[in-house]
Design a protein around this ligand. Structure first.
Ligand code: DGL
Length: 267
């Protein structure tokens, strides 16, 4: 008989729809894996909340995913990761938990000018966690630690391009204008959805990096190491929201450019 763990899913959570950028990388790198996604839209954005509030919400979502057979959890949200990744691991010791943080080390390896920016939410930018990462990996680099709390709600309202987004993103990136920065690291999983506007504002000479590829590789490594990879080709993708299921079905389908039915859950 087959070990049931092989057939269970990867649980992915975010404050909202941003974790879909991680979902996309997982489906590309691990096409045989089933994925259960939860967007905590009823309590979005996390970036302007307290860490106590966020960790409580995340406990609830991880419990839900565990009850629904998740074999590994991806906290597909930088804000939720810096708010309490160690606490989640302590609270749920029996399940591997992968967090998402900005790819600061990669930026230091690729920057020719020794100057780059990180764009995240306010909570992430101001967190001791992120400041420690900068201290640890980017010693000797000039780092612009930028944030915006407006971009996530704009993306959630479907405005991933257009004048409002250009103005708000331009405002958030203004400090690096005329600087030596040659890389912008996206420190929020929502932001790859506005990569096009980023490039429009910054030009082609500034590289934009996100964490999705690295997270996909890390999930694969953990599943391989623990002999937890799915042996079968049939995968199931399930999407849940604590918000409005109809609106999210529309938004997810638009962001993923394929039909994605989202069901409502109360948590
Ligand atoms: N996608 C989340 C992140 O990576 C957004 C957090 C929020 O809701 O503000 O930080």
């Amino acid at each position: 008989m087959m070990d049931p763990i092989h057939n269970s899913s990867i649980g992915v959570l975010d404050s909202g729809s941003g974790g879909l950028t991680i979902w996309q990388a997982l489906t590309e790198q691990l096409p045989f894996e089933s994925i259960t996604y939860v967007g905590d839209h009823a309590y979005l954005p996390y970036g302007a909340k307290t860490t106590a509030f966020i960790t409580k919400r995340v406990y609830g979502v991880i419990s839900f995913l565990q009850r629904h057979g998740a074999k590994l959890i991806v906290i597909a949200c930088n804000t939720a990761t810096v708010a309490g990744i160690d606490k989640y691991r302590k609270m749920f010791p029996d399940i591997p938990i992968v967090g998402v943080v900005p790819v600061i080390k990669t930026a230091t390896q690729q920057s020719r000018t020794k100057c780059f920016a990180i764009l995240s939410t306010e909570l992430t930018a101001k967190s001791a966690y992120q400041k420690n990462l900068i201290r640890e990996y980017a010693n000797g680099f000039q780092v612009f630690n930028l944030y915006s709390n407006i971009l996530v709600p704009l993306i959630e309202s479907g405005k991933t391009e257009g004048l409002t987004m250009e103005v708000e993103l331009g405002r958030a990136l203004a400090p690096i204008k005329d600087s030596r920065a040659d890389i912008v690291v996206l420190g929020c999983t929502h932001f790859p959805f506005i990569r096009g506007v980023c490039t429009k504002i910054l030009g082609d000479d500034i590289q934009v990096l996100d964490s999705s590829g690295a997270v996909g590789r890390q999930v694969r490594r953990i599943l391989e190491r623990n002999n937890m990879l799915s042996p079968s080709h049939g995968h199931v993708y399930t999407f849940y929201t604590t918000g409005d299921a109809i609106a999210m079905t529309r938004l997810f389908s638009r962001l993923l450019q394929k039909s994605a039915k989202v069901d409502k859950i109360e948590l």
